[in-house]
Design a binder for this molecule. Structure first.
Ligand SMILES: Nc1ncnc2c1ncn2[C@@H]1O[C@H](COP(=O)(O)OP(=O)(O)OP(=O)(O)O)[C@@H](O)[C@H]1O
Ligand code: SF4
Ligand SMILES: [Mg+2]
Length: 366
């Protein structure tokens, strides 16, 4: 018996892509972003899947080089061929945004979505702001790409956005150049530019790393307020679990280009079930301790993305690698399996082992 087509396409006609099974606003499925290099294939993102609804915030956490920025650039369609003389990225999987699959869409169509449907706050504001143009001109241009309005109207909108992100005297600062702004102000200006078209999806890639603690808190509050106001879906990317513990609804922990744990923020933060997440928690600064107290970094270095360790990629650094039987940790890659409601982890430890280690060894030391 032939399978029934759900696309409504007549035989021989190209099938319309089926809508995603989950119906989620953002549905990333088995995303792989590999870069061919002279040393071999760099598997920066290797089979990442997650969903995100409007009005919700997902925190993506992981050490430097775990594939966080490559993931966000992939969603935004910004892995352009031959960028900086590098070879073209090999991208596969599916990225559904509001019912449209982006990886199979025409790049010109994806470009039209950038700014209006999805926008990104970059790690370094200077890389996103042009040094030769005033802040105002850059926001005006970003707005006029998607709105048929004259410059005067767009300028009014730019001033309104600068005001909204907490820039004092926005009607004057609108004519400043990026170098005339402090780091925190530049970050705010970039947020204003990212939000000028009310994007439905906002990706904030380490929006606070370069800023001092007070400004960091202000910027995070700002993202939260703006999200409440616009009801956007937000992805906050950071290497600091503390940043997303409060801000995010869900947390996804990345290691070596893959998800090792994901779930509701309070579960991942208060009842984590993966040894790498335990390591990240141990390396977090604690407000209730002496500032000078040394943090315990996760021992060892991040895995090679060309020769990824066999079995569990975390095994060379994991203190519990010998607990699962038959050396399974070094031979079989652990699947992401449910460990609680909406909470999953990729680790061969048994449920009893994980719960015992967490309760007896890890939690008391945090
Ligand atoms: N164009 C490229 N060609 C080859 N390798 C790349 C390319 N872009 C990224 N990579 C590699 O992919 C890996 C993941 O990079 P990515 O920038 O996503 O890390 P990250 O998690 O954002 O780290 P950080 O916290 O330092 O920003 C890194 O090892 C990086 O060197
Ligand atoms: S699978 Fe093994 S090496 Fe990997 S995190 Fe679990 S215990 Fe550690
Ligand atoms: Mg990054």
């Amino acid at each position: 018996m032939t399978e029934l087509s759900t696309s409504g396409a007549a035989p021989g006609e190209p099938a319309v892509p089926a809508s995603p099974a989950t119906g989620a606003f953002l549905d990333v499925r088995d995303l792989k972003v590999h870069f061919p290099t002279d040393d071999g294939l760099v598997k920066s993102v290797d089979g990442l899947s997650f969903t995100l609804e409007k009005g919700r915030t997902l925190g993506i956490v992981g050490e430097s080089g775990s594939g966080k920025s490559v993931t966000s650039l992939g969603i935004m369609g910004l892995h352009t061929a031959g960028q900086y003389g590098r070879r073209k990225a090999q991208i596969s999987g599916e990225i559904w945004l509001n019912g449209r699959e982006l990886l199979s869409s025409d790049p010109d169509e994806v470009r039209k979505l950038r700014g209006r449907d999805m926008a990104m706050i970059f790690q370094d504001p200077l890389s996103a702001l042009h040094p030769y143009y005033t802040i105002g001109k850059q926001i005006v241009e970003a707005y006029r790409v998607h709105h048929a309005v004259d410059r005067k109207k767009a300028r009014t909108r730019a001033i309104e956005m600068l005001d909204r992100v907490g820039i004092p005297q926005p009607d004057k600062r609108v004519d400043s150049y990026p170098h005339e702004f402090s780091g925190g102000m530049r970050q705010r200006a970039m947020i204003a530019m990212s939000l000028v078209n009310n994007p439905q999806l906002l990706i904030a890639d380490e929006p606070t790393t370069a800023l001092d603690v007070t400004v960091q808190a202000q910027i995070l509050d700002l993202i939260r307020d703006l999200q409440t106001e616009f009801g956007s879906a937000v992805i906050v990317i950071t290497h600091d679990l503390g940043v997303v513990a409060e801000l995010a609804d869900d947390i996804l922990v990345m290691y070596g280009g893959r998800c090792v744990e994901r779930g509701p923020a309070e579960k991942v933060f208060y009842e984590p079930r993966h040894p790498y997440t335990w390591g990240l928690l141990g390396s977090m600064p604690r407000l209730d301790r002496d500032q000078t107290e040394r943090l315990i970094p996760v021992k060892g270095s991040p895995p090679s993305l060309i020769n990824v360790p066999s079995g569990c990629a975390f095994n060379p650094r994991c203190p519990y690698a010998d607990l699962p039987k038959d050396d399974v940790t070094r031979t079989v890659r652990p699947e992401l399996l449910e460990v609680g409601s909406r909470h999953s982890a990729a680790c061969h430890l048994s449920r009893e082992q994980r719960e015992r280690i967490w309760t007896e060894e890890i939690a008391p030391k945090l």
